[in-house]
Design a binder for this molecule. Structure first.
Ligand code: FES
Ligand code: FES
Length: 160
């Protein structure tokens, strides 16, 4: 199988039933994407396929051939964190951090889709990303920070 991940062509020999999540983590050594429930309920495995957020645990890797897969490892620009990553740090938006990669992938997609800072709108979009540490208020604050930075021309919603 050939995959394009974070702009890099990758290949792996996998079973046809292999999920994108297991392929990323176990075959391609991209362990930033986390396995929580492995059944579509927690959002920890959120990545993008063609810039749209998907649950990697419910996506077949072979279905992603010919598409661009983006993981949390693909957000930073060299040593420069993506503005949403920086906002999560600035706003203390995680405790254990296990849900964080998925939260950030969903949050960047939220801004890329042109959404604003309304509390209900953020809650709605982010409702598929669970946080057992209940960092939700801080996560929403981080999204608002990245939004405001983007509005000021700082690129908070950029998806590279
Ligand atoms: Fe995919 Fe929980 S691991 S939704
Ligand atoms: Fe621990 Fe979200 S920071 S699960």
């Amino acid at each position: 199988m050939q995959l394009s991940v974070n702009g890099v062509p990758r290949s792996a020999t996998i079973e046809p039933r292999a999920s994108l999540l297991d392929t990323l983590r176990d075959r391609l050594d991209l362990t930033g994407t986390k396995k929580g429930c492995n059944q579509g309920a927690c959002g920890a495995c959120t990545v993008w396929v063609d810039r749209r957020p998907v649950l990697a645990c419910l996506t077949l890797a072979i279905a992603c051939e010919g598409h661009e897969v983006t993981t949390i490892e693909g957000l930073a620009d060299g040593d420069r964190l993506h503005p949403m990553q920086q906002a999560f740090i600035d706003r203390d938006a995680f405790q254990c951090g296990y849900c964080t990669p998925g939260q950030i992938m969903s949050a960047v997609a939220y801004l890329a889709h042109g959404h604003g800072t309304a509390e209900d709108e953020i809650r709605d979009w982010m409702s598929g990303n669970l946080c057992r540490c209940a960092a939700y208020p801080h996560i929403r604050a981080a999204i608002r920070q990245a939004h405001d930075q983007q509005a000021a021309g700082g690129g908070g919603g950029a998806t590279h």
